[in-house]
Design a protein around this ligand. Structure first.
Ligand SMILES: Cc1ncc(C[n+]2csc(CCOP(=O)(O)OP(=O)(O)O)c2C)c(N)n1
Ligand SMILES: CC(=O)[C@@H](O)[C@H](O)COP(=O)(O)O
Ligand SMILES: [Mg+2]
Length: 630
């Protein structure tokens, strides 16, 4: 069929299974073609083509509420709700979002990007339905990876005890981004292979139903036999014991099985989980055969070979960090590495292969990862926890209460610090400075290049107390065979360009923009100094005092939120010490930054060389006006 003619999912009601199969084929073909040009979460989406079609056929979205966990697998949902023509702009600046987005469609009733939120959201939506006396279905769709997240378990605990009516779709493809891990994953594996329990249970139910006159004592006895069967034939009937009816396992690529399971669930009063077995990457060989998680989400690729396009000149920051830590770990047995489900993104697979006994992928469990790092440190180990800036948000209390408060030697590698681009609002790594800097014992750094990063790694493993090192998405500079540098002086900033007219203070990738601006300003007769504020906490107070006494205006440049960023800390320092220097700050002002090419986003925000030049000039003009008035 012409997929471009789809306006909403209502057409599915008339389709039989054979027609749905053809539709699924067309959708797959479209996804493979379209994502080869734009990139995106192709593997996850190819796995849920039939499932999403079946959900839209049997439920009535948007009255019935489909809630996609993480939301990276909602492309088919977007196609079926009339958004196919926007796929050429997927994850691009001002284009279609890679996750559900309420402003795009009424069918997107919940937004996400972070994992394991769907069940709590579903509980809230279902409770509101019940309080308001409404009558619609609530259908959270959660993956086996997302089920390893603590929030999902907290929600199940509530849903099961409350017996709230909803249909939970558990999409089990045995993969998180990497192969899934953990006891929950092992348990699902046993359920997947154990169809015996369901068959026996079904046979008994069938038998009882066919005997309408059966006496209550006989029925009670049969029910007890049926209940005890689960202990005999299944390792753990986790969901049923929680009070959630379990239907499955269901072949997630078979429309008849899916329809049957969904229809049973619709008649049931109370919570139901349908355990759907799918194959990530289904229908496209490179993605289907992927055991490493590369095809979970990626950039444009060549369809015939599966080759990922785009040149890679230097190693990524993640690769550099993980490999440098690995080299140190080979010499220091106290060093262990942890990741909450991101061994692929954080490039820790080499560490995992070479030192498996000192590597922990704990699943999507940021809170656990942070506190476990604390536990390791409390016992004399030197844990390195690689964690994306955006996902560290979920481990904040653990960072504060468990790690920082106890002043433990945990080394956080804060991956994807700064703007990340295509994933957008939910994933920009721009809040960590604001939430980490108030923690009294924390050291927070960001290097300007990999040489400085090496010095910081060295410092982090020697330092007593928690240390966080931010590094961006993207690649290192590839500096050739540098001379070994002196160890970093703790808390010291570095003057990279002298200049008396004003000080431009920056760190990390934006430092280069500041240097370019200062060079251009020199040509315009303005003597701008540039300072590398490589320690965000503690700040170099000696240097700030000297700037303060010199009365130099200050321009700060950072790819983070202004509220709580370095600029605001410098402004507070100046005010607290009675300095009246003029200060301007460049950074992100009180808004969420959407998806798109990082350079375009930086331009929108004003984190550019041109704007640094402009703001420097404005700052100096304002200072001159101030002087004239005085
Ligand atoms: C809190 C949080 N941690 C980590 C991630 C990164 N992440 C995105 S999808 C994903 C795997 C999810 O696996 P699953 O739920 O099984 O979905 P699948 O991709 O297999 O369909 C991970 C780890 C995230 N989005 N949110
Ligand atoms: C959906 C999700 O959270 C991840 O798949 C994320 O998109 C990975 O981002 P990177 O590509 O930066 O590793
Ligand atoms: Mg999965």
């Amino acid at each position: 069929m012409n997929l471009y003619s789809i306006k909403d999912p209502s057409f599915l009601k008339q389709k039989n299974d054979e027609e749905l199969k053809i539709l699924a084929q067309d959708v797959r073909e479209f996804l493979i073609q379209s994502c080869s040009r734009t990139g995106g979460h192709i593997g996850a989406n190819l796995g849920v083509v039939e499932l999403t079609i079946a959900l839209h056929k049997h439920f009535d979205s948007p009255d019935d509420r489909l809630i996609f966990d993480v939301g990276h697998q909602a492309y088919i949902h977007k196609i079926l709700t009339g958004r196919i023509s926007e796929f050429e702009t997927l994850r691009q600046y001002k284009g279609l979002c890679g996750f559900p987005k309420m402003r795009e469609s009424d069918h997107d009733v919940w937004e996400a990007g972070h994992s394991s939120t769907s069940l709590s959201a579903a509980m809230g939506i279902a409770k509101a339905r019940d309080i308001k006396g409404e009558d619609h279905h609530v259908i959270p769709v959660i993956g086996d990876g997302a089920l390893t997240g603590g929030m999902a378990l907290e929600a199940l605990n509530h849903i099961g005890s409350d017996r709230t009516n909803m249909t939970i779709i558990l999409n089990d493809n045995e993969m998180s981004i990497a192969p899934n891990v953990g006891a929950m994953h092992n348990m699902l594996g046993r359920m997947r292979t154990n169809t015996q329990y369901n068959r026996v249970k079904h046979d008994i139910e069938d038998f009882l139903n066919r005997l309408p006159q059966v006496g209550s004592r006989l029925r009670d006895m049969a029910d007890r036999i049926k209940d005890s069967m689960k202990y005999l034939v299944v390792d753990g009937v986790f969901f049923e014991e929680l009070g959630i009816k379990y239907i499955g396992p269901v072949d997630g690529h078979d429309f008849a099985e899916l329809s049957n399971a969904i229809n049973i669930s619709k008649d049931y009063k109370g919570p139901v989980v349908i355990h759907v077995i799918t194959k990530k990457g289904k229908g496209y060989h490179p993605a289907e055969d992927d055991k490493l998680g590369k095809w979970h989400g990626l950039g444009p690729y060549k369809i015939d070979t599966g080759e990922v396009l785009g040149s890679k000149s230097t190693p990524s920051w993640s690769e550099f960090m993980s490999n440098t830590v690995l080299e140190r770990a080979k010499k220091d047995e106290r060093i262990v590495a942890l990741t909450p489900a991101m061994p692929v993104g954080s490039k820790l697979t080499k560490f995992q292969n070479e030192l498996p006994e000192r590597f922990f992928d704990v699943g999507i469990a940021e809170q656990h990862a942070v506190t476990m790092s604390g536990g390791l440190a409390a016992s004399g180990m030197r844990p390195y926890l690689a964690i994306y800036s955006t996902f560290l948000q979920r481990g904040y209390d653990q960072l504060l209460h468990d790690v920082d408060r106890q002043n433990l030697n945990v080394f956080l590698g804060i991956d994807r610090s700064g703007l990340v681009g295509a994933d957008g609002e939910t994933h920009q790594g721009v809040f960590d400075i604001s939430f980490i800097s108030p923690l009294p014992n924390m050291t927070l750094m960001m290097p300007k290049d990999e040489i400085e990063a090496e010095q910081m790694i060295d410092l982090a493993f020697r330092h007593e107390g928690p240390v966080a090192l931010r590094y961006p998405r993207g690649n290192i500079k590839g500096i050739e065979a540098p001379a070994p540098r002196e160890p970093l002086e703790y808390g010291s900033w570095d003057t990279v360009m002298e200049g008396d007219d004003l000080s431009i203070i920056s760190f990390g990738p934006t430092l280069d923009l500041a240097i370019d601006a200062a060079v251009a300003l020199k040509d315009a007769g303005i003597n701008a100094g540039v300072i590398n504020a490589r320690f965000i906490k503690p700040m170099d107070e000696e240097m700030l005092q000297s700037i303060g006494y010199a009365g130099k205006p200050v321009l700060t440049v950072e790819e983070t939120m202004l509220n709580g960023g370095l600029g605001s800390m410098i402004a507070a320092f100046m005010a607290d010490h009675g300095f009246k220097n003029g200060i301007r700050r460049i950074g992100i002002d009180n808004e969420y930054v959407e998806h798109g090419d990082v350079n375009k986003l930086l331009e929108d925000i004003g984190i550019t060389t041109d704007n640094i030049i402009l703001q420097s000039k404005t700052l100096l003009e304002l200072e001159n006006e101030k002087e004239i008035k005085n």
